[in-house]
Design a protein around this ligand. Structure first.
Ligand SMILES: Cc1cc2nc3c(=O)[nH]c(=O)nc-3n(C[C@H](O)[C@H](O)[C@H](O)COP(=O)(O)O)c2cc1C
Length: 440
């Protein structure tokens, strides 16, 4: 399946909202996407461009699982297996993503959205960046790009990303920014693995993938992508990037970021542009979900991990709720430490027992209220490197204080007082003639 065939599946199932009315990429589309979340929306007639635009394609785990014909519970084991059992994609000589080749690109012709009044410019937010390093090979990740001329963009590169290492080493790096990729590529690009692992191999294990040689840079790109923007990023050439609304739905600051010069654009003849709403459900899913297998694998090294939720309440980035099968009094503390190792940007970790539903915030709060004492069940890690996305972190250094909460109950007999009682079961029909769902 591809981005394209999944859209067709949604249309057949009438899960796709199609907007025929002419609409602008300037604020209007972002507003509609926000209003319509989690429903996927296809804009047939953008004012500014010939290309159709689609957004909200994978707003939650259920849609992601649906694409792969998985259950939601199977997502973490599937993603972690794909990291372990990587496989090289097939190279094809020709590809749909190169049906049209533009050698004097003008970014104004693309449906690059302007999302918020205060944004610094039009932004590509769904772009998967492919880059290569002579020592580490190919790397895939996401970097937002702000347009500032008809062939130049400022690219946000967070300190410490693999691509940041490439740039610092090589000073100028040829890249391809792929828009309109299937979820195997999206999930792989959003997965943080050690440098030297080509995430295209993770994508190929998630779902067989064809790649093609890019037209003007020495890279392999997903053959089924809708658009590919090829060019060079210069470490020393900087341009102001921002303001931009990021994952936490707060305004991120303006920074000087490397310039991406676009030299060639290739696309399908009837290409569809993928819009990804900043701070929206899809942004949160793609940020948080790929962190769950890395936390799961890390925790499972030291205690029996059952499930992980990088929860929406923490902007799907800053909070992790970890469910364990506690077998040793120290297991809660060990799990906290391992969870922070599995996701270095995590700020608060909550470890709970298997009787707590980690997808129900009320149950997690209940465990905090009834199974936690701050003087014995808490780990405070002061002045640690945190996430640049946390507005409360120290500006520039991103120093933050990380806290782990062991919300597990004691083992054995001592656990009795912590058990939630089961209310007696009853057949209401015995006492009420008509049980009308709506009335009680
Ligand atoms: C939708 C989305 C947008 C992102 N935007 C950026 C960005 O603008 N800059 C950045 O450095 N990381 C961004 N990230 C995070 C990285 O792309 C992601 O953490 C990636 O897995 C890092 O890969 P690496 O460990 O190979 O460096 C974004 C992630 C997602 C899912």
């Amino acid at each position: 399946m591809s981005f394209r065939t999944y859209i067709e599946r949604l249309a057949v199932r009438q899960d796709l909202v199609t907007i025929i009315e002419p609409i602008s990429t300037r604020y209007e589309m972002a507003a509609v996407l926000k209003e319509m979340e989690p429903r996927p929306v296809l804009f047939e007639n953008p004012h500014e461009t010939q290309f159709r635009v689609l957004g909200n394609l994978f707003p939650n785990k259920a849609t992601f699982a649906d694409y792969f014909n998985l259950s939601v519970e199977e997502i973490i084991p599937t993603l972690s297996a794909a990291i372990e059992q990587r496989s090289p994609p097939r190279v094809v000589p020709e590809a749909p993503c190169q049906e049209v080749v533009v050698t004097n690109p003008n970014l104004d012709q693309l449906p690059i959205l302007r999302h918020f009044e205060n944004d610094g410019g039009r932004y590509i937010t769904s772009g998967v960046v492919v880059a290569k390093h002579p020592q580490y090979g190919q790397n895939l990740d996401f970097h937002r790009c702000m347009q500032f001329s008809n062939n130049e963009m400022a690219m946000r590169v967070v300190e410490g990303r693999n691509f940041d290492t490439f740039l610092k080493d090589l000073k100028m790096v040829d890249i391809a920014v792929c828009v309109g990729c299937a979820p195997n590529v999206l999930a792989a690009a959003a997965t943080s693995v050690e440098i030297g692992i080509d995430e295209l191999e993770i994508a190929n294990t998630l779902e067989p993938l064809d790649v093609v040689q890019a037209k003007s840079v020495d890279l392999y790109v997903p053959a089924e992508a809708e658009f590919v923007l090829e060019g060079t990023v210069y470490f020393k050439r900087k341009h102001a990037e921002g303001p931009f609304v990021d994952l936490t739905e707060t305004q991120d600051v303006i920074r000087q970021e490397p310039v991406f010069e676009v030299k060639t654009i290739t696309h399908r003849w009837d290409a569809i542009w993928q819009a990804l709403l900043p701070g929206g459900m899809e942004h949160k899913l793609l940020m948080g979900m790929p962190r769950e297998p890395t936390i799961f694998n890390s925790v499972n090294q030291v205690v029996r991990c059952l499930d992980v939720n990088v929860s929406p309440g923490g902007s799907s980035w800053l909070h992790a709720i970890v469910q364990i099968e506690k077998q040793d009094p120290e297991d809660g503390m060990k799990a906290i430490q391992a969870a922070f190792e599995g996701h270095s940007s995590c700020k608060h970790v909550f470890v709970v027992d298997k009787d707590i539903d980690i997808y129900n915030p009320l149950e997690v709060e209940w465990a905090l209220a009834t199974r936690f004492q701050g003087n014995v069940d808490m780990v405070v890690k002061d002045r640690e490197r945190g996430s640049s996305l946390d507005p409360s972190g120290e500006l520039g250094t991103h120093q933050t204080t990380k806290i782990g909460f062991d919300l597990t109950k004691p083992l054995g007999e001592e656990s009795k007082p912590f058990e939630k009682v089961e209310y007696p079961q009853i057949d209401l029909g015995k006492f009420m003639k008509e049980i009308d769902e709506g009335t009680i």
